[in-house]
Design a protein around this ligand. Structure first.
Ligand SMILES: Cc1cc2nc3c(=O)[nH]c(=O)nc-3n(C[C@H](O)[C@H](O)[C@H](O)COP(=O)(O)OP(=O)(O)OC[C@H]3O[C@@H](n4cnc5c(N)ncnc54)[C@H](O)[C@@H]3O)c2cc1C
Length: 452
């Protein structure tokens, strides 16, 4: 307890952790957030920010704020949890100060929320960590914008040979899921609009390729929609290289299993998630998924499950830690797997905040299964932007997988739905106003993309 309040420790300040920090009742809890990042990224807005639709600072929210002055923030990585002693073991997170990072410490908790997310999955492909860009935080979006403009300037030098211009302006995007496709769409829009005026000699030579090991892009969508997306992008001369395996990467080229060496100027890796080391560290103390992405398993009240006592124990009513919850990409529910999306993370965070704000006085006593309704996920429509004011929307699915809203739709209305979604993702009125304002200014005077 701290000042008579239970100590609530939140690990991670992403979609799940930051939502809880924003809406938890600090009259009831002494709240500490621990994360290596002091901002929380609005990930669905990163591609737009990278391509100048609005300022970078609108794609993230600071964790420290006047409205959260009653809370503590610790810039550290959680390395381990001692569930018996109720402590989390941390290391300061300062890349430029390795000595400080070794000065580890413990933080005590009464209630623990684990929401440390995931990292991009390179599938151990040699060279990717060193040479590819990722799209997870605002710093990644900034790196994409900076490199793109550096490439355009290099291609525009009077002594750059034409063959070099072509490879400099080849944007290779690995991953044909929503992140890869939306980034393609925004970069292609930029190339076909603003850059034609800014770089008239070379803009036409920008070409984007999407590589995916799967047989088609946007595989979470119905066949009609992913086929539509394929046609729409191909029409705009985006090369879609499905069934492609990348064996390695170096500073200038990717090496495909079938096609061999392909030079690139910018390589963006958007192929999905991998667990962070903390999750592996907790393997002997928590029940975890055994297939696919490694995630901590919870019951349907989001309480972290203890590991099975034996193999046969897997299907029994599993025992949960009383005051430890997990959500977001790093967690999943036993027997009810949900995707790694912000939508799921936020819905679970809302559920947990509601629970904690109403049951703080006896979080360890309430029998979750009897007193509180379990978490129920409400499926929202899947929306992806394809560029040139075109998009796809997948109708919402019912529990049995049948579509409730028809088969989805495509075209300008899908783009409008996607664009307006940008406003809904932000959680501060200030960001919403600023994004709206920037759209109007862009519409009237064009994007101020060359400024960084
Ligand atoms: C470019 C992009 C676009 C996306 N678009 C959409 C979309 O349109 N719709 C949608 O629903 N989802 C989207 N997603 C997915 C969505 O961003 C994730 O599902 C969501 O971020 C998961 O939330 P989280 O809180 O679990 O993890 P994150 O948001 O990743 O946050 C994890 C937090 O934990 C911190 N952390 C990491 N390790 C540690 C540690 N050891 N100790 C303490 N803290 C730690 C991190 O710094 C971070 O603060 C997108 C993702 C990306 C990358």
């Amino acid at each position: 307890m701290s000042d008579g309040k239970p100590r609530l420790v939140i690990v991670g300040t992403g979609w799940a952790g930051f939502y809880i920090a924003q809406y938890i009742d600090t009259n009831q809890y002494a709240v500490t957030s621990i994360s290596p990042r002091r901002t929380s990224a609005y990930t669905p807005l990163l591609a737009s920010a990278a391509c100048g639709l609005f300022n970078f600072y609108l794609a993230e929210e600071p964790v420290r704020s006047k409205s959260r002055s009653a809370q503590k923030f610790i810039k550290a990585n959680v390395l381990d949890v001692n569930f018996n002693a109720k402590t989390v073991h941390c290391a300061p997170a300062f890349d430029d100060d390795p000595e400080l990072s070794q000065q580890e410490f413990d933080i005590e908790y009464d209630i623990l929320v684990l929401a440390p997310g995931c990292v991009p999955n390179t599938f151990n492909t040699p060279g990717v960590s060193e040479h590819a860009l990722f799209m997870k935080n605002v710093s990644d979006a900034m790196a994409v914008r900076k490199l793109f403009f550096d490439l355009l300037e290099k291609a525009s030098l009077p002594n750059t040979p034409p063959s070099k211009v072509r490879s400099l302006l080849h944007i290779a995007i690995v991953g044909g899921g929503p992140t890869g496709i939306e980034l393609t769409a925004e970069l292609d829009d930029l190339a076909k609009r603003e850059l034609r005026d800014l770089y008239p000699e070379v803009a036409d030579q920008i070409h984007i390729s999407i590589y995916d090991v799967a047989p088609h892009i946007l595989s979470a969508y119905d066949k009609k929609l992913y086929e539509y997306a394929n046609e729409s992008l191909t029409r705009r001369r985006v090369a879609i290289e499905t069934n492609s395996t990348i064996e390695r990467v170096d500073r200038e080229a990717i090496y495909l299993k079938d096609k061999g060496r392909v030079e690139y100027g910018m390589l963006i890796w958007a192929t999905g998630n991998k667990h962070i080391p903390l999750i592996e560290q907790l393997a002997s103390q928590t029940r975890q998924t055994t297939k696919g992405l490694r995630r901590i398993l919870t019951n349907d009240h989001l309480r972290v499950l203890k590991p099975p006592v034996s193999d046969k124990d897997n299907h029994n009513d599993p025992e949960a830690y009383e005051c430890v919850f997990a959500l977001g990409d790093a967690a999943d529910m036993l027997n009810r797997s949900l995707p790694t999306t912000a939508e799921v993370a936020v819905q679970k965070a809302k559920y947990l905040v509601n629970y904690l704000n109403h049951h703080h006085h006896q979080p360890s006593v309430i029998s979750a299964s009897e007193a509180v309704a379990p978490f129920k996920y409400q499926q929202k429509s899947l929306v992806s932007y394809l560029g040139a004011h075109d998009g796809v929307i997948e109708g919402r699915k019912s529990e049995n997988g049948n579509s409730r809203d028809g088969e989805g739709w495509t075209g300008r209305s899908a783009w409008l739905a996607w664009r307006s979604g940008s406003l809904l993702w932000t959680r501060s009125w200030r960001n919403r106003v600023m994004i709206l304002l920037t759209w109007v200014v862009n519409w009237v005077g064009g994007k101020e993309i060359a400024r960084m």
